[in-house]
Design a protein around this ligand. Sequence first.
Ligand SMILES: *[C@@H]1O[C@H](CO)[C@@H](O)[C@H](O)[C@H]1NC(C)=O
Ligand SMILES: *[C@@H]1O[C@H](CO)[C@@H](O)[C@H](O)[C@H]1NC(C)=O
Length: 480
Amino acid sequence: MSESDEHQTEIPDPKVRAAGGTEYSWCRAVPGGTGITVLSLVLCKYPDISRIEAALSRLQVSHPILRSRIHFDAPCNTFYFLTPCNPHVKIQSFDLQSTSHILQSFSDDSHIDPNQILLEHELNRNSWSRNDDDDGGGADQADRDVFFVSLYTISETRWLLVFRLHTSACDRAAAVGLLRELLEMVGGERAEMAEETETGNEEKQVGIEDLIPSGKANKSLWVRGVDLLGYSLNSFRLANLNFIDADSARHSQVVRLKMNQSDTHRLVAGCKSRGIKLCGALAAAGLIAARSTKPLPDHQTEKYAVITLTDCRSILEPALSSNHFGFYHSAILNTHDVTARDYVWELASRCYTSFSNAKNNNKHFTDMSDLNFLMCKAIDNPGLTPSSSMRTAFISIFEDPVIDESNKLHQEIGLVDYVGCSSVHGIGPTIAVFDTIRDGCLDCACVYPAPLHSREQMQELIESMKRILADGIISLQSNS
Ligand SMILES: *[C@@H]1O[C@H](CO)[C@@H](O)[C@H](O)[C@H]1NC(C)=O
Ligand SMILES: *[C@@H]1O[C@H](CO)[C@@H](O)[C@H](O)[C@H]1NC(C)=O
C-alpha cells in the first residue's frame, strides 16, 4: 500500500493548518539535519509497552500536534500540518541482537557508553530528509509524522526508550512536558484517571507569530533593513572554533558537562549574587574556552556570536501554559569581543546584560522574522557561511535551565538517566547547550556537528569550560 493510500484510509478528515514563520524555518532546517529533537530515557526495568503506547495515544489526543504530519506543498513553497482525528503511535522495538548490531556499526567509538551511541544514532535518524526512507514513505513528497518512538535493548537489565520529534512540534519546554505527562500516566495516579479530561479541551494549534502581543513586533522597514544588513555583515567577521573537517558529510554528536551538587550550588549562587542568570556564565565559559584555543596575542579580540533561546509561552497573547506543545521559543543573537584576558564573571555579566537589554527592547519579537529569514537564506546558500560550515553562532543556550527534582515516578518506571537535546548538523551553532539542573546537579548535553569538530576537540572544550567555571567559583569565594 502506498503512503497516500494509507493516508486516505487512516485519515479521513485531517485538520489542515499552514505552518507559521518560525515553524516554516524549522521545516526548512530539519531536512538538512538541524532540529531533530530526541529525549532518551535509560530504564532498568523492562517497560510495559502496551501501557506506554496507551499513554502515548492519550498524549496524542490532548496534544494534537503530536499526531500531525508535515506536508510540503511544492508549488506554493508552503508547509502544512495535517492533523488526523485519531491518535496513531507505534513503538519500534529493537531486541538485543538488532541493538548490538547498531552499536557495532559505531565500532570506532567503542569506548563510548552504549546509551550515548544510541542517543547520537537517534539524533541522526532523519525521517524528514527528502531521500531518507528509514521510517517508510520514501517518496519525495510524502507526508511525514512529527513523532517517533523507539525502544532499544542494551542488556538484560538495560533499555533505552527514545522519543524523536520534529522541532517545529516540540521545543525543549514541550519535551519536558512530554516526559512529565508520560511519567504521570505510566507510573502515577493519572493512569487511572478517566478519559473525560482528554476530550473537549484539545490544545489549540497556532504558530508563535499569531500570538505576539500587539505592537511588540513593529519595526519600520528601514530599521529592519539596517538590522538585516548588520546581522549578515557581522556573520562574516565572526570567530569560531577551528574546523577539523569542513568537507565531509556531517552528523550530530554529544558531550555532557556535569557538575556535582556543591559546585552547582555555588555557581548558581554566584550568578544570583551578580544579578545574572546561569546562561550568562555558561556562555562566558564557552567563549573564554574557545578563545583560549587560539594562538593569538592575549589582548587581541575575537568576535563570537551567542544565541539565547527564550521560552515565550508566558508572555504571548494569550499566554500559553508551560506545557503547550509546539515551538514557542524565540532567539536573541548577541556578539561579544573576547580576549584571552577576559574574566569569566565580567564576561558573564556582559553576556547576560546584552541579552536582557535586547529582551527588554522586545528583540525576541521584533527580530524573529529577520532571524528566520537569515536562517533560510543560509540554508539555500551555505557559501554565505565560513567554509560552508553553516555555523550561525558559536554557542546557543537557553535563558533558563530545566529544573528537575527527581520524584518517585522515576523509580516506578525504572528511569535511571535521561537526556534531551536536538541535532545541529545542518544549520546552527557550533555548540548547542541543553542545560538541566537535576537534583541540584548541573547536567548539560552539548551537541555539535562532527566531523566539522572532533570529539576530542569538543571534550577538551567542555573540560576547559568546566575548569573556567570552577575557577570562577573559587575566586568568588575568596573575594567575599
Ligand atoms: C504597531 O503597528 C500597529 C498596526 O500597524 C499600530 O496600530 C501600532 O500603533 C504600532 N505600535 C507601535 C508601538 O508602533
Ligand atoms: C565537586 O567537584 C569538584 C571539582 O571536580 C571537587 O573539587 C569537589 O571536591 C566535589 N565536591 C564534592 C562534594 O564531591
